[in-house]
Design a binder for this molecule. Structure first.
Ligand SMILES: C[S@@+](CC[C@H](N)C(=O)[O-])C[C@H]1O[C@@H](n2cnc3c(N)ncnc32)[C@H](O)[C@@H]1O
Length: 382
C-alpha cells in the first residue's frame, strides 16, 4: 500500500511551544505532587490508570534486569529446549549448568516476563513450557542472535554517562564489532566483517518479509542492493521476483563471503569513496542509512543519485525515529545503539525525505509496512 503523502512527523517547529509548554509544566507539577499521587491511588477508576502508569515506570526502572533474564534463558539453551515441549526443572538445570535452585529462580523470572510458563505434570515437582513471548521468539533466529549480540551493547552502556561524555572518541565494544563504523572515509576497515555479516544475515528474514510485503520489485528489471552484506535480502527478493537481474555492492571483504548460488553480479567497493555502478533501474539501501552520520549519509545518497538515470528508483528500508507506537525503538534503542557504535543516528521520515531532496531526488514517499518496528520503507525517484 503506497501513501501519496509522507506521514507527518513532528519537526522541531511543530513541537509544543508557548502555552502548550506551560500546560505541560503544569501537568508535570501535578503528576509529581505527593497529594495528587495519593488522591489518584485512592480514587476508583483513576486508580487503575495510576496502577498502569506505576507499572510502566517500574518497567523503565528495572528493564535492564528483564533483558538479562532473557539473555540467560536464551544463552543457556532453555528456550530452544522448551520449543520441543515441556521440560522438568531437573532437565533444564542440567542443560543450563545450574543448580535446581538457581534454575527455578531463573525460570520464575522468565515466567513473570511471559517467556515461559510453569505447568503441572503428573509426578513432577515443577515443569515448564514456553510462554507467549517465548513461543513467538524461539523460531526467530534473528531475534535470538540479536539477544546474544546485545552483550556488547550492555557492556558499552554499563556507564551510560561515561559513554555519552566520551563523545564517540573512545573505542567501544560495538565499534570493534562493526569494523566499518566510526572510521570515516579514510580509515575504513572492513576486515573482520564476517561476524557482523552473519548477524545481519540471521536477522534479515524479518526485514525482507516486511519490505517485500510492502513493495513489489517485479515492476523493475534490475536491482542493486547497496551494502547488501552476504545477500540475504537479495536472495529473498530474487525468490519473490525471479526475473529481476541482481547486483550486490559492499566492501571487498564482505563481497568475498557472498555465496555463488546467489546469482548476483558482485561489485566490491566503498560507497563513501568509490562510485556506485550504474545500469540498474532500482537500488536498495536496507539498514544502511542510519549507520552513518549526516555528511557520509548525504554523500551516499548523492553517489546513488549519480548512478541512477532520471525517473529510476531508490528504496530505503530501515526502522525510523518517531515511529508512532514504536518511539522507544527509535530514540531509546537505536539512538543509544548507534551512539555506542560510533556512527549514525535514527532519522524520521521527514529527515530522510529532506536528505533525498538535497541529494537531487525529484520525489519521495513513504510506503506503509505492517510492522514498522522492524522496518519502514521510503521510495524515491531520481
Ligand atoms: C548493517 S549492515 C546491513 C546489511 C544488509 N543490508 C542487511 O540489511 O542485512 C551494513 C552493511 O553495509 C556495508 N558497508 C558499510 N560501510 C560500507 C561502505 N563504505 N561501502 C560499502 N558497504 C559498506 C557493511 O559491510 C554491511 O554489509
Amino acid at each position: 500500500m503506497i501513501e501519496g503523502q509522507a506521514k507527518s512527523t513532528a519537526c522541531p517547529g511543530e513541537r509544543p511551544q508557548g502555552w502548550q509548554v506551560r500546560m505541560l509544566s503544569w501537568r508535570n507539577r501535578v503528576i509529581g505532587s505527593q497529594r495528587f499521587q495519593k488522591w489518584a491511588a485512592a480514587t476508583p477508576f483513576v486508580r487503575s490508570i495510576a496502577r498502569r502508569r506505576a507499572a510502566q515506570l517500574f518497567d523503565l526502572v528495572a528493564g535492564f534486569s528483564y533483558s538479562q533474564v532473557l539473555l540467560a534463558v536464551v544463552e543457556s539453551g532453555c528456550v530452544q529446549r522448551l520449543a520441543q515441549g515441556p521440560a522438568t526443572t531437573a532437565e533444564l538445570a542440567e542443560i543450563a549448568g545450574l543448580s535446581e535452585d538457581a534454575c527455578v529462580r531463573l525460570m520464575r523470572a522468565a515466567a513473570a516476563l511471559g517467556i515461559v510458563e510453569e505447568v503441572g505434570l503428573k509426578g513432577e515437582a515443577s515443569c515448564w513450557m514456553l510462554g507467549r513471548h517465548g513461543a513467538a521468539l524461539h523460531p526467530n533466529e534473528g531475534a535470538l542472535a540479536m539477544i546474544r549480540h546485545h552483550r556488547l551493547l550492555y557492556a558499552d552502556l554499563a556507564d551510560p554517562l561515561a559513554l555519552l561524555r566520551a563523545d564517540r572518541a573512545e573505542p567501544t565494544a560495538l565499534q570493534r564489532f562493526w569494523t566499518y563504523a566510526g572510521q570515516g572515509c579514510d580509515g575504513l576497515d572492513g576486515a573482520g566483517a564476517d561476524p557482523y555479516s552473519h548477524l545481519m544475515s540471521a536477522s534479515q528474514a524479518a526485514v525482507s518479509h516486511e519490505i517485500l510485503a510492502a513493495y513489489d520489485f517485479s515492476r523493475h528489471e534490475s536491482l542493486l542492493d547497496v551494502g547488501g552484506g552476504h545477500g540475504a535480502f537479495l536472495s529473498a527478493v530474487g525468490e519473490a521476483a525471479p526475473r529481476l537481474r541482481l547486483g550486490l555492492f559492499d566492501l571487498p571483504e564482505v563481497i568475498e563471503g557472498v555465496p555463488e548460488s546467489l546469482g548476483a553480479d558482485r561489485h566490491p567497493g566503498s560507497f563513501l569513496t568509490d562510485d556506485i555502478p550504474s545500469g540498474y533501474d532500482c537500488m536498495s539501501l536496507v539498514r544502511i542509512l542510519h549507520d552513518h552520520d549526516d555528511a557520509p549519509a548525504l554523500h551516499l545518497l548523492k553517489n546513488i543519485r549519480a548512478a541512477l538515470a532520471p525517473g529510476k528508483t531508490l528504496l530505503i528500508g530501515e526502522p525510523l525515529a518517531e515511529t508512532p507506537g514504536a518511539e522507544a525503538m527509535g530514540g531509546a534503542y537505536f539512538g543509544m545503539y548507534l551512539w555506542a557504535m560510533g556512527s549514525g543516528r535514527p532519522r524520521t521520515v521527514n529527515e530522510i525525505r529532506a536528505m533525498l531532496a538535497e541529494a537531487g531526488f525529484s520525489a519521495s514517499r513513504r510506503v506503509s509496512t505492517r510492522q514498522p518496528i522492524i522496518a519502514s520503507v521510503i521510495v524515491a525517484q531520481a
